[in-house]
Design a protein around this ligand. Structure first.
Ligand SMILES: *Cc1c(COP(=O)(O)O)cnc(C)c1O
Length: 423
């Protein structure tokens, strides 16, 4: 039985393994729900980007909102990565994981004064500025703290990435970036501001993109702008082409990272921009296929219209199905010699939207464990405490070794910081 996603997640003799660790055993050792990640799968995904960029001035900034566990950041930092951050909190995580602030780019439409000041003090490589008012404020803050902010403008190329509307970010009418028509004027303004040094240009058109076309269209629009901006005597040293490459959840066939990046580099070279530093911000494609969410089957509930398989993981652990109606593969950790039944896999949360998979064919009994595949990105990082459910534990696997990289939350963790009224 071949599974979609990573070759590091596979059956051996009826047992599902991540690298050399059987998930059933990890579930007994660490409890469920449990996120399990493969270190090799993460490094293999990164290597695709690294091969394509070898020999060029470049920086791969892992978009850490996809999975911000400190151990995940540590793996990427040790492999030479920088980070794409979208909050001050993410910057603190980078520093706590031993990452280098000089390899950090700071994205996001709503940076606060305090976040700007802290990022300047830490010495981030670049602010990806998303509006004209942000640019003005950033200059003021930089002058106040006695630093210069290196910036690129995030431009909105108005390209349809052909993905889910919630994760498409480069169209007119999205809240992201500076409109293409305003970009030259905004760069000219930036060049006059005392706290600002123009460093490059940035775009990011969406997420879970499975075609090369939208990337090349966006790239052409960005290169057109680079030429217009430089005609005004403003130099753009780097091209930040964002992230967004999709992964295989079921039968999607996204281009390999290496092929995609090579296609982009070929276009950059053809248009005479080969001397520029390349920055990329991949998130999902570095970690998505490297992780699974393991859950225990609590009850089977047969019904007239539907059969339900109630598991101990829920929408608070994994939001993607409820939020985007995302289809994620769900398989047994131990194969049974019984005919599969059709069932909806649902969690214990009190919402009808709390489902992980609909109309799945599974042969399971209460007490069995199942795994939701390709859950390494936007899984744990989007988890909440809804229904006062502690967030899952996380484990990193390398070969036959498994390390606990995040403790399971206990109820007392969840109301720490809350206060009763005086009696
Ligand atoms: C989320 C995000 C990314 C990464 O997107 P993926 O689809 O996870 O690769 C990159 N850049 C920015 C600005 C983002 O917001």
């Amino acid at each position: 039985m071949t599974l979609p996603g990573s070759p590091h997640v596979a059956y051996r003799g009826g047992e599902l393994f991540v690298e050399d660790c059987a998930l059933g055993r990890l579930a007994r050792r660490f409890g469920t729900p449990l996120y399990v990640y493969s270190r090799s799968a993460m490094l293999a995904a990164l290597a695709g980007y690294q091969r394509a960029l070898a020999g060029r001035d470049h920086l791969i900034c892992y978009a850490m909102k996809a999975n911000s566990n400190l151990a995940v950041l540590q793996i990427f930092a040790q492999a030479g990565c920088g980070f794409d951050i979208v909050s001050g909190g993410e910057l603190e995580r980078v520093l706590a994981a031993g990452g280098d602030a000089a390899k950090v780019v700071f994205s996001g439409v709503g940076k606060t004064r305090a976040e700007m000041a802290r990022a300047l003090e830490a010495g981030v490589a670049c602010f990806n500025v998303e509006s004209e008012s942000e640019l003005e404020l950033l200059s003021q803050v930089a002058v106040q703290v006695g630093r210069t902010a290196r910036i690129s403008l995030r431009v909105n190329p108005d390209v349809d990435p052909k993905t889910h509307p919630y994760i498409s970010t480069g169209l007119k009418g999205n809240k992201f970036g500076v409109a293409h028509e305003r970009a030259v004027a905004t760069y000219r303004r930036a060049a006059t501001l005392p706290g600002i040094e123009v460093a490059g240009i940035d775009c990011h058109i969406g997420s879970q993109i499975t075609e090369t076309g939208p990337y090349l269209d966006a790239l052409d629009r960005v290169l057109d702008l680079v030429e217009s901006v430089e005609a005004h005597g403003i130099t753009l040293h780097h091209l930040d082409l964002g992230g967004g490459l999709g992964i295989t959840y079921t039968d999607e066939q996204p281009p390999a990272a290496e092929a995609l990046v090579k296609a982009m580099l070929a276009r950059i070279d053809t248009r005479g921009h080969g001397h520029r530093k390349i920055v990329l911000e991949p998130g999902r494609s570095l970690v998505g296929n490297a992780g699974v969410l393991v859950a225990s089957v609590l009850y089977l509930k047969p019904g007239g219209a539907k059969n339900f398989c109630i598991v101990d993981a829920a929408m608070n652990d994994l939001m993607r199905p409820a939020m985007y109606e995302a289809w994620m593969s769900i398989v047994s950790c131990t194969l049974r010699d019984e005919p599969p039944q059709t069932m909806d896999v649902v969690g214990p949360v009190c919402e009808s939207g709390d489902w992980l998979g609909r109309d799945r064919h599974l042969a399971v009994q209460p007490g069995d464990t199942v795994a939701v595949l390709s859950a390494g990105a936007y899984g744990m990082s989007m988890a909440s405490n809804y229904n006062t459910r502690g967030r899952a534990a996380e484990v990193m696997v390398s070969g036959a070794q498994a390390w606990l990289i995040r403790d399971r939350e206990a109820p007392a963790d969840l109301f720490r910081g809350e206060h009763l009224l005086p009696r």
